[in-house]
Design a protein around this ligand. Structure first.
Ligand code: PLP
Length: 397
């Protein structure tokens, strides 16, 4: 335990806050009832807890409780939003707009919908990771039924201009969905101010439990229609059947509540830590900062390192810091990140990149330690690679 690396992968998941665990515990054992059991006290207790949590989550985003549909996480919420809207609005139009840098939980359902006859426009991004609003406007068509643009990117932390996108969509009467898995509890989100019609949420990126999330579905101005993707007991007004997990729901709400309570102070603290890390690393030559410099999650730093091998870099950092690379490794191949490629980064730089996800439980001392280790790893890799290539040249001659 004690010699595990420092955890800096908060975009993948976050450790659960003890305060969240504490409010969840009674709902596993003592208050175990099914919130749908309306005939006895066990059910009522659970129902009250779910009701309070639903209200809390609704308040957090400027919604009403009836507009919150619990799901198993943001992947399911994205699937429900995209497939549910596509199916319900099938006769009105079959064109969807999204962005090249979206999470695979948006891109893959879109690809699937293409096989069913939908047309999908994947908007490119500018070198800073932001979409061009003029390009969005130009992509809108009379048969466009949905625009899906994420709130905060999971790799480069870039925050898309949700309010501006929402205004465009509302004016054209096109539904606007946002994947806010990385945003909830970390940046202000308001479905009214931002004209958001559907929003995917998850608990485990904001110090809550894994396996719980929600889809916000607007009920008025306009009322969004959604075809259920999971059928059964009729929970969540028939939109998402399945017994509700009271402990997870209670924990989800607590996690978001804590996030919002501490949003201002924590954003400042994380920003400071990130800037410390970047200031230390940018002392080196040929280090690139990926994504917009300021319009990003405060705890995110994503860099590309010229002249080093990406996997060697990660290997060198492995014992110091738990970070993620800019490449997605499946068991069969290593591919450079689609997000970094979309920024126009050459393939070599997309490979040799590191994502630092700083979070609530990281200290300044930890960041300093990681900065030093990263610098020495890069320096030693560059030294050995220069020697390597020189001796290779020597042999050739
Ligand atoms: C983590 C993440 C998801 C998936 O969320 P789960 O709750 O793990 O299913 C979707 N979108 C983004 C942007 C994410 O960061």
């Amino acid at each position: 335990m004690s010699n595990r690396p420092i955890y800096l992968d908060c975009h993948a998941t976050t450790p659960m806050d003890e305060r969240v665990l504490e409010v969840m515990l009674p709902y596993f054992t003592k208050h175990f009832g099914n919130p749908s059991s309306i005939s006895h006290a066990y059910g009522w207790e659970a129902e009250v807890a779910v009701k309070l949590a639903r209200q809390c989550l609704a308040d957090a985003i400027g919604a009403t409780p009836e507009e919150i549909i619990f799901t198993s996480g943001a992947t399911e919420a994205n699937n429900l939003a995209l497939k549910g809207v596509a199916e319900a609005y099938f006769s009105q139009g079959r064109h969807i707009i999204t962005v090249e840098t979206e999470h695979r939980a948006v891109l893959d359902p879109c690809r699937y919908l293409q096989t069913l006859g939908f047309e999908v426009t994947y908007l490119p991004v500018q070198p800073d990771g932001l979409i061009d609003l003029t390009q969005l406007e130009q992509a809108l068509r009379p048969d466009t039924v949905l625009v899906s643009v994420m709130a905060a990117n999971n790799e480069i932390g870039v925050l898309q201009p949700l309010a501006a996108i929402g205004a465009i969509c509302r004016q054209q009467q096109i539904l606007f969905h946002t994947d806010a898995a990385q945003g909830i509890g970390k940046i202000p989100l308001d479905v009214e101010e931002m004209n958001i019609d559907l929003m995917s949420l998850t608990a485990h990126k904001v110090y809550g439990p894994k396996g719980i999330g929600a889809l916000y579905v607007r009920r008025r101005n306009p009322r969004v229609r959604l075809a259920p993707q999971i059928q059964g007991g009729g929970q969540e007004r028939g939109i998402r059947s399945g017994t509700l997990s009271t402990p997870q729901i209670v924990g989800f709400a607590k996690a978001v509540e804590l996030g919002l309570e501490e949003l201002k102070s924590e954003s400042q603290r994380l920003l400071q830590l990130r800037e410390c890390l970047w200031q230390a690393l940018c002392e080196l030559e040929k280090i690139h900062f990926n994504g917009h410099r300021t319009q990003r999650l405060p705890g995110n730093l994503n860099i590309s390192v010229e002249g080093v091998d990406g996997s060697a870099l990660l290997l060198g950092l492995q014992s110091t810091a738990a970070v993620s690379s800019g490449s997605a490794c499946s068991s069969v191949n290593v591919a450079p990140s689609h997000v970094l490629l979309a920024l126009g980064r050459p393939e070599m730089l997309a490979y040799a990149s590191v994502r630092f996800g700083i979070g609530r439980f990281n200290s300044a001392a930890e960041i300093e330690q990681v900065a030093q280790q990263t610098i020495s790893t890069i320096e030693s890799l560059r030294r050995s690679q220069t020697i390597g290539s020189k001796s290779a040249n020597f042999k050739v001659r």
